[in-house]
Design a protein around this ligand. Structure first.
Ligand code: NAP
Ligand code: SF4
Length: 676
């Protein structure tokens, strides 16, 4: 059997899991509102039906002080049981198991009543925490225990106690935040007391036949984080206290090392699960940047871990396990680790979803059901919007033809996947290519279709997903031989010289800067050791937090990245990934200039005025990344509106070039195609 180790059951003594695949905790926002629990149950039901062995809910606080956000989800009263039972029933009906994650945010709470080990404010919340008193600690432990008992009554198979990522228990575990002088601070034996007491008292309350998974940080990535010896000391004490399974956590949320974005090599931290497995007897879970079955299988088969946890990959594809089990790995809609619709939404207090699967978190609202009448549909443009519209329309039973002037599908994604660290975008195109075959979409590539040709074929719906063309800004000298389009650069048609200015510092300007920093043939695929050297990560964790001095590779070029706005360069990038892009450029000496007034381009280079001062950037090339304009040439003449004939629809970049965005494009295509 394919992926035999991954799909083998795991006997825990008092219960067993049907396979080694855990859907890890991901806050969706649905758990925070009692009226969303029907939607939450439907979301988990689909994943359990898709074969996941065990699911962990989003974080639920044991008390109000532990809220991540004001009025976040809690399970601290019998009044909450009814809703939680809807969730557990849905998962059990599909043969899965489910744990409630108990997460006390400590000083990461975005609310004024936060508490922590000490009064040290976190860099990611404006609120200064109150250090917990002795009585406060005792009450907090009692709240964990009450929450776990209520979880048991609600039908959960166990709880995951969140002890990593910098939340309350981590705040006690590490001297980075624990400055106490009493029996809860100082040596590791004191710092771990809270976590150990929570587990011990919870185990005593719930009895032996209830899963207690503890998410233990095995790499803190902050100064004053724990060393490997301390981590092992904590793990052994927790095992003794009654832990059934250890999940592994990587990096605090305030760490300045990325741990989950696309540029982190796949399965980068599996060796840490392997190290922990050697130190304890209970099963260990590997996590972070694992998204496809072959790696997951290898992690289990090699003995690095007993289970694999993935959260975002199950937003991207609820049938991940089923597809792996039936040899349909090429049909998996792979999580590309972009964070754009999941974590970026969570941090903006919006419901989490998925860029490549807009149904995630919207299972009851966006439904692809067979249409009562099959329609003849033309989709023009095989970028993300068109691919989504075509495949969903065909899935709903329509007769779909997809046109594109290029020989290959993908649109802007073909360019995005050239960027170092964005190789995963190729997976989305692999998925759509297969999905076109599976759903029977007729493909007409390599020809620019005209309106007359479309009208001659009696389509009932014509979807224009024709995308964009790059904007050519009105700058004196813009036609000079030094000026290049980002498309030529990313396609490799031209190779810019050693000094480059980039006009436009949006998503594409940043991408182009990263693309030009290093010789992509040298760095791709970036090895784990290269990545660790660049970010200063020591996977042996001999230094506190696993941090060492970074040794970045020498950049190939001197780059200027410019924008006209006076705001911080890169301010519009994604919340959870933008800082990574900025850090990479800063580390490589890219000069980011805001408030640039472009004067002219000539043989000398680019002439600009910044803060009233004239400057000449003596560069070999100037690359235009100045935004986009919509391609709408196929739109019918508005004077013909209302006349008989096909219905025209415009989606994606063609509809709104100024906010060209794959997340919106894919969602728009799916919403439109499922509405006929
Ligand atoms: P964008 O993000 O809107 O950025 C366009 C840039 O061009 C801005 O810096 C803008 O800054 C500048 N600009 C606009 N009009 C100009 C003009 N007439 N002359 C000179 N400069 C001008 O667009 P994009 O970079 O083309 O990216 C398109 C979309 O792709 C983004 O919306 C994003 O969703 C997506 N994307 C995101 C990422 C990411 O987050 N990492 C990466 C790639 C693509 P000033 O007006 O201040 O000069
Ligand atoms: Fe993965 Fe991006 Fe979807 Fe989040 S939005 S689940 S990171 S593909």
């Amino acid at each position: 059997m394919a992926h035999a180790h991954l799909l083998a059951p795991l006997d825990l003594g008092f219960t067993s899991l049907r396979n080694r695949v855990i859907m890890g905790s991901m806050h969706t926002g649905l758990e925070d509102r009692f009226f969303h629990y029907g939607k939450l149950a439907a979301y988990f039901r689909e994943r359990a039906r898709g074969g996941v062995g065990m699911i962990v809910t989003g974080g639920i606080s044991p008390n109000r002080r532990g809220w991540l956000l004001p009025f976040g989800g809690t399970l601290n009263s019998v009044l909450d049981l009814w809703n939680h039972r809807r969730v557990t029933r849905a998962v059990h009906e599909e043969g899965g198991k489910i744990l409630l994650q108990i997460l006390h945010a400590g000083r990461y709470g975005y609310q004024p009543f936060v508490v922590s080990a000490s009064g040290k404010k976190s860099p990611i919340s404006p609120f200064k925490p109150q250090p917990l008193s002795e009585a406060g600690i005792a009450a907090t432990i009692a709240d964990y225990v009450r929450c776990a008992r209520l979880a048991q009554r609600a039908g959960y198979d166990g709880v995951e106690i969140m002890g990593s990522e910098g939340y309350l228990l981590s705040q006690f575990l590490c001297s980075h935040t624990n400055e106490r002088q009493d029996r809860w601070g100082g040596a590791i034996e004191n710092r771990m007391r809270l976590a150990v007491e929570v587990v011990q008292q919870t185990r005593a309350a719930v009895g032996p036949h209830f899963i207690l998974m503890f998410r233990l940080s095995v790499l803190d990535l902050v100064d004053g984080g724990n060393t490997w010896d301390e981590i092992v000391t904590v793990a052994r004490a927790l095992e003794q206290a009654g832990v059934t399974i250890f999940n592994t956590g990587i990096g605090w949320h305030e760490a300045r090392v990325p741990t989950i974005v696309t540029s982190v090599p796949r399965a980068a931290f599996r060796s840490l699960a392997g190290k922990l497995k050697q130190a304890v007897r209970v099963p260990v879970v590997a996590s972070n940047r694992i998204n496809m079955p072959d790696e997951a299988e290898d992690i289990i088969a090699s003995g690095d871990a007993d289970l694999v946890s993935m959260a975002r990959p199950f937003l991207a594809d609820a049938q991940w396990v089923e597809k792996a089990a039936s040899g349909r790995v090429d049909e998996i809609n792979t999580c590309i680790a972009c964070n754009q619709a999941c974590l970026d939404h969570t941090f903006a207090n919006r419901r989490a979803s998925c860029l490549v699967n807009p149904r995630a978190g919207h299972e009851t609202e966006l439904v692809y059901r067979p249409s009562s009448q099959s329609r003849r549909v033309a989709v023009v443009g095989a970028g993300p919007a068109g691919l989504s519209a075509a495949t969903v329309a065909a899935e709903c039973g329509h007769d779909v033809t997809l046109f594109d002037s290029s020989e290959r599908i993908g649109g802007q994604f073909k360019l995005a996947m050239q960027i170092p660290g964005k190789e995963e975008f190729a997976q989305t195109l692999r998925y759509f290519a297969r999905r076109l075959e599976v759903t029977g979409v007729k493909l007409q590539l390599g020809q620019r279709v005209t309106r007359e040709q479309l009208l001659a074929q009696n389509f009932e719906h014509i979807v224009l997903a024709t995308g964009i063309k790059p904007r050519k800004p009105a700058i004196d000298g813009v036609d000079h031989a030094k000026v290049l389009s980002y498309i030529d650069v990313l396609q490799g048609t031209v190779t810019p010289g050693p000094r480059v200015a980039i006009i436009g510092a949006g998503g594409i300007g940043f991408d182009v800067a990263e693309f030009l920093l290093h010789d992509r043939h040298q760095l791709q695929p970036e090895t784990l050791s290269d990545w660790c050297a660049q970010w200063g990560v020591d996977l042996s964790v001999t230094q506190p937090g696993g941090l060492v001095k970074p040794v970045p590779a020498e950049p190939l070029r001197q780059i200027f990245l410019l924008q006209r706005k006076a705001t911080r360069v890169g301010a519009g990038l994604g919340k959870t990934s933008g800082w990574v892009h900025r850090a990479v450029l800063q580390r490589n000496g890219v000069q980011m200039l805001a408030g640039a007034d472009y004067q002219r381009i000539d043989d000398q280079g680019l002439h600009i005025v910044v803060k009233g001062e004239s400057r000449l950037l003596e560069v070999d090339h100037i690359i235009l990344c100045a935004g986009q304009e919509a391609l709408t040439e196929l739109m019918p003449d508005p004077s013909q509106a209302g006349t008989a004939g096909p219905k025209f629809h415009c989606i994606g970049g063609a509809a709104l070039a100024s906010e060209l965005d794959a997340k919106r494009a894919i969602r728009e295509g799916a919403v439109l195609a499922s509405s006929w």
